[in-house]
Design a protein around this ligand. Structure first.
Ligand SMILES: [Zn+2]
Length: 365
């Protein structure tokens, strides 16, 4: 994920009660008791702390950011690599932090007691969450869901390569991730690093249409809309599916200058058009991941990029054309975007058991 390790050794010293990093040497806790026994907890925390502290050889020892100013630049990046390493090398290890799913509790908390990640280290409240877990969760989200592994890994490596043996500042990290991947991530850094907002996408409503009218009649309803002297098509006044469909030809611009409206419209007749209305309750911009469950029991997952919020970051709607009839819609079905509230992720509305409900069920058993 970074650069070749340039030194002859990396020493891990087995200690009784501390984890601490230095260049080429670190001290890691986790010991059996006097009889040689140890718990699973001791074992996993020792493995985690070794991965973590050895990892610090790269951040900040080689990619030498200033941890007194920006703890997230070494602890956050290192926790991200630690979590990823743990998942790959020890799939049976219980993952306690560093992923979007594990940061939700913190992010849904009281904002008066929070600071943005981009806070000087001495002013941070909840050091562990701010400097370690939240930036790591943000990077997971960026890699797995927003950029994709290929572009993320290339850019992350490029950051390590460019800034090895130098002193990067936050902007150097943000800039490298953007210019190495050619993805504009301003919205992402702003939301995750400069605010205390959280992700909570609310699926407010769903409208279902089946297009059955004759094409000519339908068109006449929507005639004559003009913008900037351009005659917009009939499709302009109805929501997105029309140009999403036309997009298949690779011509977005086509929707301003339709060439073959009738043929396009005819293809929609008899199909199900679902218009989904989303509200951004948490403030943080997020991709929208939708699981469609159909009447026949089959399902599919579709991802709408975060850019859908580009013009309106509070409310958006989008129309989807489906051959089959939909019986249920679930947002973020794999729990990958750190959406803190699943009560509003279902259509039809479904009560999701809260942590307290689950506790009560367990106690009552
Ligand atoms: Zn650390």
């Amino acid at each position: 994920m970074t650069i070749e390790y340039p030194y002859p050794v990396a020493i891990s010293v087995h200690t009784a009660a501390i984890g601490m990093e230095y260049p080429m040497i670190c001290f890691n806790y986790g010991r059996p008791d006097k009889k040689g026994n140890y718990s699973a907890m001791t074992k996993w925390s020792m493995i985690s702390v070794i991965i973590h502290e050895v990892g610090h050889n790269f951040f900040p020892m080689i990619i030498n950011s200033d941890e007194r100013q920006w703890s997230w630049m070494d602890e956050g990046l290192n926790t991200f690599l630690e979590t990823k390493t743990s998942m790959e090398w020890y799939p049976e290890m219980p993952i306690q932090l560093g992923t979007p799913a594990t940061i939700k509790n913190f992010m849904s908390g009281e904002k008066d007691f929070m600071r943005p990640i981009m806070t000087n280290s001495e002013n941070i409240l909840f050091f562990g969450n701010n400097a370690y877990s939240k930036p790591s969760a943000a990077l997971f989200l960026l890699r797995e869901t927003i950029m994709g592994p290929e572009l993320f890994d290339y850019s992350f490596k490029e950051y390590a390569r460019r800034w090895a043996f130098k002193h990067p500042k936050p902007a150097d990290f943000f800039r490298t991730m953007e210019d190495a991947s050619a993805i504009d991530l301003d919205w992402f850094w702003r939301g995750w690093f400069y605010t205390t907002d959280h992700v909570d996408i609310n699926l407010q409503g769903v409208s279902w249409y089946v297009l059955s009218e004759p094409v000519s009649k339908f068109q006449s309803k929507y005639k004559s809309t003009y913008v900037d002297g351009t005659k917009l098509t009939d499709f302009q006044s109805v929501p997105q599916p029309w140009y999403v469909f036309k997009d298949k030809k690779g011509l977005i611009d086509d929707y301003l200058h339709p060439v073959n409206q009738d043929a396009v419209m005819e293809k929609f007749i008899g199909k199900n058009a679902y218009e989904l209305f989303f509200q951004n309750d948490g403030g943080l911009i997020s991709p929208i991941i939708i699981k469609w469950i159909y009447e026949d029991g089959t399902s599919e997952i579709e991802q709408i990029p975060a850019e859908i919020w580009r013009i309106n970051e509070l409310n958006v709607s989008k129309v989807f054309i489906k051959e089959k009839v939909v019986s249920q819609i679930i947002l973020d079905p794999l729990d990958q975007t750190a959406d803190v509230n699943f009560q509003n992720n279902y259509f039809p509305k479904t009560k999701v058991p809260s942590k307290f409900d689950r506790f009560k069920t367990k106690v009552n058993k």
